[in-house]
Design a protein around this ligand. Structure first.
Ligand code: SIN
Length: 310
């Protein structure tokens, strides 16, 4: 008897993605840097490096430091700016048949909507992810993202500016006492999905000089060490909201990715592990169906833990 292939598609708001494996913002450039070994087309989608209205140089060095079980970064949202992205990067992504989620950060609440209005003049993108959780900037990061009132307001402004056929995701910080409250605020504001989690706050110390290594002292911690934290935050979030949860944090293998579906995720993003293995997300797409079949599941939805609801 022939086996029916698992259904990998996932609908988030008005957009149906072919599969639920995405790259995480800031870990795979603009989706164009590895096309010889890892083309973006077969992925569920590419989430771009966060874009701002003007180009940004980012923070001073050091900006990235390897740790025994992960990575600390303090990039500071270095990016080419929305206009260079629209002129130079988006047409190439379109040519490569990539499904594109554009990560955005505004300096103030209104700028998120302004960025979306600019984006709306161009074809070739499926949705946006509001980065309300960058720990490495003085304004427009955690100051927005730790406050449910501001999350709801920014999300509502963004939703009002978004074309009706595009998907709206909000990326949340784990550095709060209740990520569920943040997720509810995003849902209330009209988000189609929440992405959990951005990096965990971390510090590296230079003992000799008796000071933190990073110029802003605190940086964002990612990589294998945060997988259990991300799973716990996704579980908490999935219990708090009805919209899809996109799980991210510490994924290094197909089974790490599948674990997120058990705790309530509808899609996943692969991040820090792409630095040593830029083709990892592509390989996961290839492995996904066979591993689901081995687990006796006809779709990732069937992996969901029955105890999640209560
Ligand atoms: C950065 O650019 O500093 C990292 C982005 C983020 O954590 O959101």
């Amino acid at each position: 008897m022939s086996q029916v292939s698992p259904d990998l598609s996932v609908q988030i708001g008005p957009v149906t993605f072919e599969n639920p494996i995405f790259t995480a913002s800031g870990t795979w450039g603009y989706g164009l840097e590895y096309t010889d070994i890892a083309p973006p087309g077969p992925l569920g989608g590419v989430v771009t490096k966060t874009l701002t209205m003007e180009p940004r140089l980012g923070n001073t060095q050091p900006r990235v430091r390897e740790q025994p079980h992960g990575l600390l970064n303090s990039i500071g949202l270095e990016n080419v700016g929305i206009n260079a992205f629209l002129g130079e990067k988006l047409p190439r992504l379109r040519f490569l048949n990539a499904s594109v989620i554009v990560s955005l950060a505004g300096r103030d609440e209104d700028e998120f909507a302004t960025l979306i209005q600019r984006l709306a003049q161009f074809p070739g993108w499926a949705g946006v992810e509001l980065n309300l959780s960058c720990p490495n900037v003085a304004r427009g990061g955690l100051d927005f993202g730790q406050d449910p009132v501001r999350i709801e307001r920014i999300t509502a402004l963004a939703r009002a500016a978004l074309p009706a056929d595009r998907s709206l995701w909000v990326k949340l910080t784990p550095n709060v006492s209740s990520i569920g409250d943040l997720a509810k605020a995003a849902e209330q504001g009209g988000a189609h999905a929440v992405t959990c989690i951005n990096t965990v706050l971390g510090v590296e110390v230079n003992l000799q000089e008796r000071r933190p290594v990073f110029p802003r002292a605190v940086a964002g911690y990612s990589g294998p060490a945060i997988l259990p934290i991300a799973l716990a935050k996704v579980l908490e979030t999935a219990r708090a909201v009805s919209i899809p949860v996109v799980g991210v944090g510490g994924i290094g293998s197909i089974d790490d990715a599948l674990a997120f579906f058990v705790v309530g995720a509808s899609a996943v993003q692969v991040g820090t592990s792409l630095f040593p293995e830029p083709d990892l997300a592509n390989r996961m797409v290839e492995q996904f169906s066979a591993r689901l079949t081995e687990l006796g599941a006809a779709s990732p939805r069937e992996l969901r833990w029955e105890g999640l609801a209560g």
